[in-house]
Write a protein that binds this ligand. Sequence first.
Ligand code: ZN
Length: 899
Amino acid sequence: MKTKQRLLATLLCLLLAGIVSAQKKRNCHTMNNLDYRQLKNPSIKDKMEEIEKFTQRKIKGINGNSQKIVGDVIQIPVVVHIIYSSDQQNISMEQVQSQIDVLNEDFRRTNSDQTEEWLQAADTEVEFYLAQVDPNGNLTNGVTRKFSTRTSWGTADAMKMSSQGGVDPWNTAEYLNMWVCNIGGGILGYAQFPGGDASTDGVVMGPQYFGSSDKGTGFYLETPFDKGRTTTHEVGHFFNLRHIWGDGGCGVDDFVEDTPESDASNFGCASTHESCGSLDMVQNYMDYSDDACMNLYTLGQKNRMRAVLEEGGIRHELALSDKTTDLTCSASTPTGVSITDVTFEQATISWSEVMNASYEIRYRPTGTTNWLVNTASEIPSIINDLTGTTEYEVQVRSICPSESSEFSASATFTTLETPPMYCESGGTNVSDEYIQTVQLGDINNVSETNTGYSDYTEISTDLATEIEHTITITPEWPGTVFSEGYGVFIDYNQDFDFDDEGETVFTATPSSTTPIVGTFTVPEGALTGPTRMRVVLRFNSTPEACGTFTYGEAEDYTVVIGGGDTEAPTAPTELTASNVKAISLRLNWNASTDNVGVTEYDVYQDSELLTTVTETSVDVSDLSPRTRYSFYVVAKDAAGNESESSNVLNVRTKKLRYCKSKGKNASYEWIDFVKFGGMKNKTKSDAGYGDFTSKVANVERGTTSKIIFSAAFRTLSYLEHWAIWIDFNQDGTFSDEEKVVTGSSSKDKNLKRNVIIPADAKLGRTRMRVSMKSDSPQKACEKFGFGEVEDYTVNISEFSGRGINTTDVSASIDNAETLGYEEGVSVVTYPNPVDNYLGVKMRSIVKGATYRIINTLGTVVLDSNVLNKNIDVSKLNAGIYVLEVNDTQKIFKTKFIKN
Ligand SMILES: [Zn+2]
């Protein structure tokens, strides 16, 4: 687990710093850089295998002839690129030279600290010198200098690229490039093995590990790595040497025969340490011992190094390179220093040329003490990383390999005002995870290089306001998958920070999910125009917009708020209707697509805008039955771009079909009169149902109209329940809200009720149902026993203002009585329980009525043709009985108990 390892590493560092800070440990990142480079370019692995085969063959040939590698002393031209953020890091020419001297002593085995302990110790016959000619043919002292505000450079080669603020190498086939800059993370240095990319070839050392305190005073060096052995070690890697323990345990080889096997790196000076059955060679330059402990390369290491330098070797061109010169160079003081093209952060410096010389430009804010120094091989030269609104003084001197001139007189210039800057963000270590891809609108950026922070503000996308945008972040783990947190920030109000409300547009807590997909909506109030978007990935933590951290990466982009989206969505397709009814239907269509996003659909009915929806379907109501309609749909995006129309859909609504309702027996009672809205209908029995829809009652919205109706009975009257419905919304059903009359009456005279026509009733013709049912309340769609149903048409019109029918003049003529709620009485016995005589009560007991009494077994125990007095039940056994009375038209039943 990485978390554990990192915790452990942190603990170790704390221990080292807190308890044994003097015993700082060597830390070389060459193998890490190799992993990183091989990940970037897998072909490096094949190339290195090829080099290894060649090297082994070459060494075998040497051993077979039992002679040293043939040849003279090889001299390597060196260029040292000093990149510094402080005066201290801008190490002196003397300190640089002390390092070159150490290299020569160590590689030629003239070092004064050599011992006789290891007989295989060897003179490698390789020497180093500072280049005297630069790639332009100008004379140089072999050192370049550049000031940078960057304080640590990591191990992902940023210092080797001017595009990332570093210094591009001089031709790596002709110069051994050494970058001297603060790497950070306690790393002393790292090298690139033979076979890597030419553009990053060379070695990197921290300034405090470059040079030897034995060879001068006032050097910026840090014990116990102050004797220049870090560079000796890294150059060993550069010439194909592995760590002496082979970066593994016992049995893992460093590909050198005469170095003893070792199980791991040694620190300090563990000179008696044995491993893998032998004494470790802690004095070897390729171990991790302190500088003062190291003192040899072996013959085997020499042969391995010279294999890449000699004929056929991959660094043979470097071995042949001659950067010495016999050109004459007279270091005279430059004149005519002038400044042009001043910005807030840089200025262009020109001066008179000095033949064959290179130059040093030094500059500082006027009135300050410390000079910043850049080297230049060409005129003019740009100095950068300046502070805004500051007066600088600048001087130039010429450099010849053996001497330098005095500095020129000062020229001054003042930088422009610094525009507001965004805060820094980013990781310092991308070896385990980084942002591989960011997708948002037009942004689809796959990172070419991953350095902890990348400025991709030249890449932009438009972001419309008030719609949802989706950002997709794809992390990359070169090895183990770790848990990463994410943050996306947009400076909506363009004030150069991400602190304002809503500017953290998306965060994701740590997970190993990939890719990470987030959505956000640009608020309406966001300022239009280009602004900054920052995407941050951070190991095991939800990142903030500002600040640097160890593991992870930040990338900046440009987003154009409200940006001119002129691309219309695609037309909706396959518009169809479903659930087609008499007055409603559902429209469905296929979604449109858009470069930014479809926001809504306009639905048109008969070319008029009907409604606007966000879904891809809509329920259309308020249609008329048996009517043809045409529909189409148009898609819109947030910028208001409209698509072409969908297909035009023609659809015909169905006929309205009301449910059936009737009385099965209308021979004893029926509806004989209905009067409503100027319509009246007098009928005899209609056999249970009368379709009078040809008769039309006219009413107005928002008025009260009187309805008059009456029951007719053949002979006897019964209790009749009344219900009247008007289908106000014309949907083909009679809902409870549409029931305008309920009540019950046994009268055969005219009954009346007021009917309120709702103000929102649908205009036009609709159905009214009048239902009369004996004995119990009815439903609108019921077939029942005794009674009758009649259907009518009601035509509803707009309120005219006159309020028709509010006082029905014919009401008095009809002499109607308001329909009430009469209690139903069919047949009742008393007393109950009964001893001897059973009294019988009905609404009316007519002549000719008969009765029967039936026991629980269904046996008739008493019957009579006459029912005109109390029934003698004294002879009956005790128990429950049913009394059936036939009133000559209908039979009524009730239960009673005999004591
Ligand atoms: Zn190393």
